[in-house]
Design a protein around this ligand. Structure first.
Ligand code: ATP
Ligand code: MG
Length: 427
């Protein structure tokens, strides 16, 4: 036998038993974004490498070691998108969507990062994200957080996620803090882990994010960002907190929350769960007021978040929130004998014409009564329609309920639509 080719490590097939959970999630996302008046944007999966270097930042995990970057046949450096914000800003600038306008956008799609695959961490994964442009106040920060809370409600997982919130101040405040932090870290350089020693000059704030215990211990006495905030930053954060309190959204302020991408300022947040082990962040985001200008547009305030769908699917599955073998048909049409096949197909087509929401599955491949009824049962259908030679000559059909004790009955084919409508309430 020929050697089988396997999927790329860390890139998942989604099998029929898994797609119901994805549909549930995608359906909730569509409902959610529609109910807040957000519009969908779709951008290419491949972009210029420079786009991500300039936005995410050179000294970040993503750009340093996670991007799928390659030269195309022209020698241009291209990258499979590792996240959605940079592309959205690029598209917004390119098509003039951002200047002097408000935009509330959302996207969903695959992202690519060369990480070590493990539960909740893959090399191709999917993100749902929202990005809002042209609004600088804390009210819109509150809206995207209230919106994310509603997503948990739609999915039935509100009790399993908590919100962590922080503010990073503006770039000037962070600049002054950076100096103080770097000075402190320099004094204790020998005690820092290797990554932090390197990042201490290039991106000292990322040191706050270090997973090393000794580094974290050292940080206990480091200067605190909050001491560098001016009036405006404080007011923005205060007002956001009030709005969240008034909306009944619970959160914890986590001063160590800095996020792994360079473009954030002021508000940052993560929704985390303790139900998934180490990969507990299911949604993360914040404000990024400098990015539009940094990528060549006019200065435009912005806020957004991205949520990892694989982690949400895992959560939904582990909490038993999805039916993994849902019915795939409402009605199963059987055909007993060669003569019945075309009549049965006609009956099925007519049902699809008249009842567009009805899911009708036609038996193919012949076989005896027992075999066909077994397939009907497996489809999850409520009702089987049986058509044999007698029914063909009399223009009738047998309607057989599959999930109740009701008797089967023979009716004229012209009565079928009404009979099915009565049997299956939702169509
Ligand atoms: P982490 O700290 O888990 O690496 P991150 O800070 O790199 O996350 P973001 O870039 O903010 O993550 O992406 C937002 C969300 O996308 C994450 O919270 C997570 O749910 C999801 N995500 C990120 N990377 C992966 C991945 N490799 N596989 C699956 N989901 C991911
Ligand atoms: Mg990461």
């Amino acid at each position: 036998m020929a050697k089988q080719i396997q999927a790329i490590r860390g890139m998942n097939d989604l099998l029929p038993s898994q797609t119901p959970a994805w549909h549930k999630l995608e359906q909730a996302i569509r409902e959610l974004t529609a109910s807040y008046g957000y519009s969908e944007i779709r951008t290419p999966i491949v972009e210029s490498t420079d786009l991500f270097k300039r936005s995410i930042g050179e000294v970040t995990d993503i750009v340093e070691k996670e991007m799928y970057t390659f030269e195309d046949r022209n020698g241009d450096s291209l990258t499979l998108r590792p996240e959605g914000t940079a592309s959205t800003v690029r598209a917004g600038n390119q098509h003039g969507l951002l200047y002097n306008q408000e935009q509330r956008l959302w996207y969903v799609g695959p992202m690519f990062r060369h990480e070590r695959p493990q539960k909740g961490r893959y090399r191709q994964f999917h993100q749902f994200g929202v990005e809002v442009y042209g609004l600088k106040g804390p009210d819109i920060d509150a809206e995207v957080l209230i919106m994310s809370a509603r997503l948990w409600k739609l999915l039935g997982i509100s009790e399993h996620v908590t919100l962590e919130l922080n503010t990073l101040g503006d770039s000037e405040e962070r600049g002054r803090y950076r100096e103080a932090l770097t000075a402190y870290l320099e004094q204790h350089k020998a005690m820092l882990d290797e990554d932090s020693q390197r990042r201490m000059y290039s991106n000292p704030l990322r040191v706050l994010d270090s997973k090393s215990q000794s580094t974290q211990a050292l940080l206990e006495n480091a200067p605190a960002l909050v001491d560098y905030f001016g009036e405006e930053t404080q007011q923005h954060f205060q007002r956001l907190r009030e709005l969240l309190d008034q909306a009944g959204i619970q959160y914890v302020v986590n001063p160590r929350l800095v996020r792994g991408l360079d473009y954030y300022n002021r508000t940052v947040f993560e929704w985390v769960t303790s139900s998934l082990g180490a990969q507990g962040t299911v949604l993360a985001g914040g404000r990024y007021d400098g990015l539009v200008e940094q990528l060549g547009g006019k200065a435009t305030p912005a806020v957004g978040f991205a949520s990892g769908l694989e982690r949400l699917v895992l959560l939904l599955t582990e909490l038993g929130k999805v039916d993994d073998s849902p019915a795939i048909a409402d009605v199963y049409v059987t055909a007993m004998g060669d003569n019945a096949v075309s009549a049965a197909m006609k009956v099925a087509e007519n049902l699809r014409d008249q009842l567009p929401h009805l899911r009708v599955m036609s038996h193919c491949g012949g076989g005896n009564f027992k075999k066909q009824m077994k397939r009907a049962d497996k489809s999850g259908a409520q009702v089987a329609i049986i058509i044999g030679d007698d029914e063909v000559s009399a223009n009738t059909a047998v309607v057989k309920p599959l999930r109740s004790q009701q008797q089967q009955q023979s009716i004229a084919q012209t009565e079928l639509v009404d009979a099915i409508r009565t049997q299956i309430g939702s169509v």
